[in-house]
Ligand binder design. Sequence first.
Ligand code: TXE
Length: 490
Amino acid sequence: MNIQNYIYGRFIDPVSNEWIDNYNPSVGQVYGQTPNSGKEDVEKAFQAANKAFPSWSNTSIDERSRILLKIAQLITEKQSELAAAESKDNGKPLALATAIDIPRASANFRFFANAITQFASEAHESVGMDAMNFTLRQPLGVVGCISPWNLPLYLFTWKIAPALAAGNCVVAKPSEVTPMTAFLLGEICNRAGLPKGVLNIVHGLGTTTGQAIVAHPKIKAISFTGGTQTGAHIARVAAPMFKKLSLELGGKNPNIIFSDCDYENMLHTTVRSSFANQGQICLCGSRIFVERGIYQRFKVDFVEAVSKLKIGDPANPKTDIGALVSDQHLKKVTSYIANAHKYGGTVLFGGNNVQVEGLEHGYYLQPTIIEVQDNQCKLNQEEIFGPVVTIMPFDTEEEVLQMANDITYGLSATLWTNNLNRTMQMVKQIQAGIVWINTWLLRDLRTPFGGVKNSGVGREGGFEALRFFTEPKNICIKYQTSENGLTTKK
Ligand code: TXE
């Protein structure tokens, strides 16, 4: 199936007529073509958005909210079609796309449709100066949203929904690796009555389409999720134009397990936090640190639990681990495993490519557990972004805290303990944007989401996202007070 750009409510081919192959990773075959849009296409999308902006930014909050709720509802109605498309495009289990990705895409629209009705700005009375200040929060204009391949519609809508709710018009680009559900979203927006040009979706490579969005002088802000190197490049291009930037980048998150934890819950959740979505989630706990007292027990139980995971056809409801997203990514991940020994690691489980019957050319890899001796090794310092975790023991809180923080990333961390004092001391010192205690990936969309250090700048979620997509303007009103405090004289 061929994909087209969605500009001013219409589906159109790229001006250059250049196309990219779109792969189905579960079978390793091309199944469609995606536009490789250039500057001209991005300019068309910008013009459409710019034309729509005066009207959309003045559309009542109720009306904007109503349209976004309608989009949410249509996503839910089309859940099975969208989940099937997501699974085919990305290689993730259909069951996961059905339970998580698509419901969350709908929830993103629903959440921001409601959040905008509660969004308010501050007022500051300058007491003693006879002045009153209030803050106007106005939409920025045309903004750019660029998203990655791991949670395609989930992350695409996580950016678009708050941008639209706040009254902006959008030029958006999904990953060229997984463009299908973003393409399907265009039709949904038309059916929901989103006015033409409010959302425009251009497809193509990062270096052509993405670059044209970031470099466009009139696109006021960029909200980006993806790799750290790409984020750094985007920051370099956008900074001289003083664009507002929100960058959600990579992670290499510690999963810290103390012996006083609720063991069964920890074990079950750790299997998920290691390998959900084939380990291709920036929040996965890929560095597992276990207190020495339970290290041997954990090692045996973890290997046993992981060995039971079913790898195979993403369409099979029993599949736990589907295909990796692309051949290129599979090669990157397996090169870490092939060199594990050189990097000081011992593979305890997995490490092999898997031939799935009937799907021999798909990109399947066993979930892999590597024991390491030193947090400084490459396996612990670099984001692998696949079904690969490392484990190592620790003795003291001080030691594990040092190792957790001794990394360039700082996205999330998980802590397993029932000791409240330890929890409170550690959460203050862990360098991360999100810390989960005795759970993982429990998300409340009102909370700030983002990382520190090389994991990015800015926060998404809740009012943080609405603040990002609006410009605060201070209005200061000076007044005069008469002696009796009233304007009418007696
Ligand atoms: O990400 P990219 P990729 C990490 C992970 C992965 C690595 C590369 O480590 O192995 O990033 O994955 C667009 N100007 N994460 O290649 O390249 C690109 O087209 C503007 C972490 O997918 O960063 C896509 O739409 N845009 C992550 C988006 O940026 C550009 C999730 C992300 O692509 C661009 C995914 C440019 N110059 C990967 N170059 C997370 N933290 O969630 C690329 N793009």
